[in-house]
Design a protein around this ligand. Structure first.
Ligand code: PBG
Length: 334
């Protein structure tokens, strides 16, 4: 596209910026509650809302409180929530079998939400890190994260989530071949309508720190995740991963983290045109909240601006811990 314009003063680009009415007429992108997926942390207990210190305003909620949050989200027009379990040490093990226990925390929360607030879409995470004693997303054998054995376990985990009634499964593990394996297993088990939102381009990032606190994985993690998550130096590789996952049966793809990787979002959307999501991760949330709490930035404006940036970069939606706050602001502006 080559914009055509007359020389100054026939063209004055400030004309279309002069008033709120004109600005809204020419706005190229919009942000709405329908663009948001709200990640929620689930823990054991009843009536519990436990603050996550590194993520002010974010809580670990017991299943009953998760149901309340789901109802709140639906009321705000947020179409989906994404569940992450905080697993107690006793449920972490070498074989990660809690991951496919039909009655694990994540599956119990899914069932409770689907029976109380059926209209909201429930998304879950497929990866072994909440259940492994090493904090890794896959099995560790002789110091290596083994791929194919892990994929077998991920398939069992995904099937147990589908049985519990999730709408969207989000494999975040970055093993090779898991999308095809999970898709085939879902089809074979009669779960042909379950969506796969692949964390296709997930980087080995420093911005996941507060999340690992939230799910109790910080202490557990041995080493780093660089042998399976992407190198922040790479961009072409992200396109190869997205293409691979789409060919294996992903319905939607995700780029993660968000703001530092907007270039990847734009390339992925332009190259494939598939439903494309970004994850504004815990560290991004924490940075904005910390600066806002110090009075260094206007937190409300910063969260809105950061989310609009994803829309501008071509994303169809964003997983964001800001989801309910932003939905409330957007509703009050109408
Ligand atoms: C783990 C997982 C992580 C996040 C989502 N799923 C952390 C990791 O890979 O170590 C991070 C989300 C966030 O930081 O908000 N499979």
């Amino acid at each position: 596209m080559r914009p055509i314009q007359a020389p100054f003063p026939a063209t004055r680009l400030r004309r279309t910026r002069a008033t709120a009415a004109i600005r809204s007429m020419v706005a190229e992108n919009t942000l709405s509650a329908a663009d948001l997926i709200w990640p929620l942390f689930v823990r054991e207990g009843t009536g519990v809302e436990e603050p996550v210190p590194s993520m002010p305003g974010v809580f670990r909620r017991s299943v009953d409180k998760i149901v309340e949050a789901a109802r709140e989200a639906a009321g705000l027009g947020i179409p989906a929530i994404c569940l992450f379990p905080y697993t107690e040490a006793k449920n972490r093990s070498n074989d990660c079998s809690e991951a496919w226990n039909p009655d694990n925390l994540s599956n119990r929360a899914t069932r409770a939400i689907k029976s109380a607030v059926p209209e909201i879409a429930v998304m879950t995470d497929v990866a072994l890190d909440p259940y492994s004693d090493t904090g890794h997303d896959g099995f560790v054998v002789a110091g290596k994260i083994v791929n194919d054995e892990t994929v077998e376990a991920l398939v069992k985990q995904a099937l147990s989530q589908a049985e519990a009634g999730v709408d969207i499964i989000g494999p975040s593990d970055m093993m090779d071949g898991r999308i095809g394996a999970i898709r085939a297993a879902l089809e074979a088990a009669g779960h042909e309508d379950v969506l796969l939102l692949s964390y296709a381009a997930k980087y080995a990032s420093a911005f996941y720190g507060p999340f690992r606190d939230a799910v109790g994985a910080s202490g557990a993690l041995q080493g780093d995740k660089k042998s399976y998550q992407m190198d922040p130096a790479n961009s072409d590789e992200a396109l190869r991963l997205v293409e691979r996952d789409l060919r294996e049966g992903a319905d939607m793809v995700m780029i993660k983290p968000g703001l530092p990787y907007l270039d990847i979002c734009r390339r992925v959307k332009d190259a494939f045109g598939a439903p494309t999501f970004a994850y504004q991760v815990s560290g991004e949330y924490a940075m904005i909240m910390a600066a806002a709490h110090n009075g260094w930035i206007d937190g409300e404006r910063a969260m809105l601006e950061s989310l609009m940036a994803f829309k501008r970069a071509g994303c169809d939606g964003v997983l964001s811990y800001f989801a309910p706050a932003v939905a409330r602001i957007l509703a009050s502006e109408q």
